[in-house]
Design a protein around this ligand. Structure first.
Ligand SMILES: Nc1ncnc2c1ncn2[C@@H]1O[C@H](COP(=O)(O)OP(=O)(O)O)[C@@H](O)[C@H]1O
Ligand SMILES: [Mg+2]
Length: 174
């Protein structure tokens, strides 16, 4: 029996823009598998050292890629991570960069308990559109899309748009 082909989707963007919220709902609606890279690294202790400045472990990118490669080859995975140039280009059929206005993002990150330099740096990351530029360098421009992520209405619209894209992709590839 041949499995239906399913696309791989990357959800990326500055911490706090809403990747996890969108990714989990998307997985429910599409039946694709949601993978949070932060959780995966934590579970498998896929770390390589410790960042003293940001007080967090450093991802072992090679081991993360090895860990996921087989599943990505099969397809049907939604990947959630605040970076994107560590993954092989061939993994993804589409890349969504979520974007949030900086005042909103500031509040969300404050609510998450971020303070000081960590808070400032993350808001600046969004202002400078660092992740969008990273995505445009790492992937073909045609597959990189920005999604506004400021309100519950944005979330609904993004869900609808990505669900539709997924259905269309499956029609075209099966
Ligand atoms: N479209 C949205 N509108 C308003 N709040 C949102 C939206 N998307 C996410 N949030 C809220 O913002 C916070 C961060 O969302 P989260 O999904 O954890 O972001 P990320 O995974 O990108 O760090 C959460 O409190 C979430 O409820
Ligand atoms: Mg998250």
């Amino acid at each position: 029996m041949k499995m239906r082909k399913r696309p791989n989707i990357l959800l990326t963007g500055t911490p706090g823009v809403g990747k996890t919220t969108l990714g989990k709902e998307l997985a429910q609606k599409t039946g694709l598998t949601y993978v949070n890279i932060g959780d995966l690294a934590q579970e498998g202790q896929l770390y390589d050292g410790y960042d003293e400045e940001y007080q967090c472990p450093v991802l072992d990118e090679d081991r993360v890629v090895d860990e996921l490669d087989e599943q990505m080859e099969e397809g049907g995975v939604i990947v959630d991570y605040h970076g994107c140039d560590l993954f092989p280009e061939r993994w993804f059929h589409i890349v969504f960069v979520l974007r949030t206005d900086n005042t909103q993002l500031y509040t969300r990150l404050e609510n998450r308990g971020y303070t000081g330099k960590k808070l400032q740096d993350n808001v600046q990351c969004e202002i400078f559109q660092t992740i969008y530029e990273e995505a445009m360098e790492a992937y073909s421009h045609e597959i990189v899309h920005q999604l506004p992520s400021n309100s519950p209405e944005d979330l609904e619209q993004n869900l609808e748009q990505v669900v539709q894209w997924t259905e269309q992709w499956m029609k075209e590839h099966n």
